[in-house]
Write a protein that binds this ligand. Structure first.
Ligand code: SRM
Ligand code: SF4
Length: 572
């Protein structure tokens, strides 16, 4: 057993009263029940109480208000236009065609702004009224989908990349991702009681894994199959990198402690790339994920929520101490890391065939937003489609498992419905991501999704001036520093600071394995473009062969090598 003496920050070692108020709320919530059921019946307000609003996050539901109408309603002394964001739990992002068709129908019935594909391979409904939450969740249950733990201090939706050239292995990895999701799912009956009206008794054994205070903070896991880093493995709290030998999945390299979020106001907050720590057999993935999550449950900071993510726990206790804890709880050492290599972190575009001869095609969806028009086009398409659907961590839709005999029909229908051009987005569109931000995100300080089309047009113009129109440069835009589209991995990132103002980050890589560095603060969109112009000029003349922009900035010492990179490990 370990002789570790590091301070344990868990619920059992510290009086609850000294911990963050959210910890006290969780503890008294009767395993996430609170008074949500009563609140849903209260028709005098469109909102739930503050405490219940925090608890519903664990149920995948966020209380928000329409920020576009906030000021206007305040002047008229009306309560804010409360509405809810509902995030589905879809591990690995796979849906059947029937599930898509029903999600489409439900969004038309209950949500005010179409469907939003997220950067963790799932779907969000925005603008759902309080009175519609229960019918929506009941309808989702009928198609085998819930929202449990899609948000909250628990293991969030597990992302799973795909290497379509290795479709047998993709299946195996996907199954392990699903198994891990099930293994780490909260056990509370509160979800079924609240949303499906089932009855049960609160029992202390309700959450054997999480306990009554759950985790100190959200926890994220991802699986990836090199050479595609299509889920940004180094941004995950725990990442599993598939290792394939002689066309067999032999196991995973395990990475720990990734995370993007930071606060501009806190010097001690930072994005962090995960650290690869060793190799495990494939079947051990769910159990080691549980063990690592257990360490975070017991050692994570429960006083300061801004320092509560696993990356900070790891840096506080130290990698060696963490490894010692892991050994004592997992019961065996990890083997040395196996070599791996990533070539890019986007989706495979256009048409592709898998090793078992099935076809798949990626439909590019800007910012993941499926507005009414696109929704109608997709609705018509899915009526006659016989394959399956996969949502990607780059906010796109993949049509998968299309048999060879069907491909011409599928292509023709996409073309007839005006969807074909989504298979061939411009190379810049294909590597651009932006987060939801305004009007729904309560944390947004600036626009992101809504300014993307205009900013992209200006960005493209600038590239053209320096003959860079054929060069994709990963560009990510967020409305605040929280990093929901993993901006600190991009070659160029804008993170919102205030209305119309952004911090400019430079120098991440197109492989998703290097952190970008803060270049300038508080720039308008025009100032961002002005700051980029001389760099594009240099890059266009001085880059070597197919060198990417982020790599060029590093080689030319424009970016100081202070930012951490996982490249050295990759090239072992
Ligand atoms: Fe996020 C909070 C949207 C992926 C880091 N994120 C939020 C909230 C819920 C705002 C809030 O707390 O009030 C946003 C809801 C906006 C809305 O109206 O829908 C929000 N995050 C999103 C989505 C929808 C962005 C998107 O455009 O796709 C993504 C949903 C993923 C999902 O399906 O689960 C989303 N968020 C991410 C990612 C990317 C990832 O996980 O791969 C990150 C960075 C990785 C990480 O966690 O470190 C991320 N979101 C955050 C943070 C910063 C956490 C931190 O460690 O400090 C917050 C704020 C917080 O938790 O306090 C946040
Ligand atoms: Fe909201 Fe900030 Fe996340 Fe964008 S990055 S969705 S503004 S929390």
């Amino acid at each position: 057993m370990t002789t570790l003496t590091i301070e344990r920050q868990s619920d059992i070692s510290q009086p609850l009263i000294e911990q963050h108020s959210n910890e006290q709320l969780k503890a008294k919530s009767h395993f996430l029940r609170g008074t949500i059921r009563e609140g849903l019946k209260d028709s005098t307000s469109g909102s739930l109480s503050h405490d219940d609003g925090l608890l519903t996050k664990f149920h995948g539901i966020y209380q928000q208000d329409n920020r576009d109408t906030r000021q206007h309603r305040l002047i008229r002394k009306l309560e804010p236009h409360y509405q809810f964001m509902v995030r589905l739990r879809i591990p690995g992002g796979r849906l059947t065609k029937q599930q898509w068709i029903e999600i489409d129908r439900l969004s038309r019935t209950y949500s005010s702004n179409g469907i939003r594909i997220t950067t963790r391979q799932t779907i969000q409904f925005h603008g759902v009224g309080k009175q519609f939450l229960q019918p929506l969740l009941m309808s989702l249950e009928k198609i085998g989908i819930d929202t449990l733990a899609a948000c909250g201090d628990d293991n969030r939706g597990i992302v799973c990349g795909v290497n379509p050239d290795e479709s047998k292995i993709s299946q195996q990895v996907y199954k392990l991702a699903k198994d891990t999701s099930m293994q780490l799912l909260p056990n509370t009956a509160a979800y079924r009681e609240t949303w499906y009206d089932s009855s049960s008794l609160v029992s202390q054994s309700e959450e054997p894994l999480y306990g009554e205070t759950y985790l100190p903070r959200k926890f994220k896991i991802g699986f990836v199959i090199p050479p595609d880093n299509d889920i940004d493995i180094f941004a995950q709290d725990v990442g599993f990198i598939a290792v394939i030998e002689k066309s067999r999945l032999i196991g995973f390299n395990v990475c720990v402690g990734g995370g993007m979020g930071q606060l501009d106001s806190r010097q001690d907050s930072y994005p962090r790339l995960s650290t690869p720590i060793g190799f495990i057999e494939a079947s051990d993935a769910p159990i080691i994920a549980e063990v690592i999550m257990g360490i975070q449950r017991d050692y994570g900071d429960r006083k300061d929520r801004h320092r509560a993510r696993f990356k900070y726990t790891l840096d506080r206790i130290g990698l060696d101490n963490f490894q010692e804890l892991l050994l004592s709880r997992f019961g065996k050492s990890l083997a040395p890391l196996k070599p791996y290599k990533f070539t890019h972190n986007g989706d495979k575009l256009g048409w592709n065939q898998t090793e078992d001869s099935q076809w798949f095609a990626t439909l590019h969806i800007q910012s993941g937003r499926i507005n009414k028009h696109l929704q109608d086009q997709l609705h018509a398409f899915f009526q006659q489609y016989s394959g399956e659907v996969r949502l990607t961590a780059n906010q796109n839709i993949q049509l998968i498992n299309i048999p060879p005999y069907d491909i011409y029909d599928v292509a023709r229908r996409l073309s007839d419905l005006g969807l074909y051009e989504r298979l061939i987005p411009s190379n810049q569109e294909a590597v651009t991501l932006s987060c939801v931000a305004l009007p729904t995100c309560g944390l947004a300080m600036a626009e992101a999704e809504r300014i993307t089309p205009d900013f992209l047009a200006l960005f493209d113009d600038l590239k053209r001036q320096y003959s860079l129109q054929k060069t994709p440069i990963t560009l990510r835009i967020t409305g605040c520093p929280n990093g929901c589209v993993r901006p600190y991995l991009a070659e160029i990132a804008l993170t919102g600071r205030a209305p119309g103002l952004y911090n400019l980050y430079l120098g991440g890589s197109h492989r998703g394995d290097r952190l970008a560095t803060l270049h300038e603060r508080n720039l308008s969109q025009t100032q961002v473009l002005d700051a980029l112009a001389p760099l594009f000029d240099l890059y266009s003349t001085d880059h070597i062969n197919n060198e990417h922009f982020g790599d060029f900035l590093h080689r030319s010492n424009f970016i100081k090598p202070s930012s951490i990179s996982n490249q050295s490990i990759q090239e072992r």
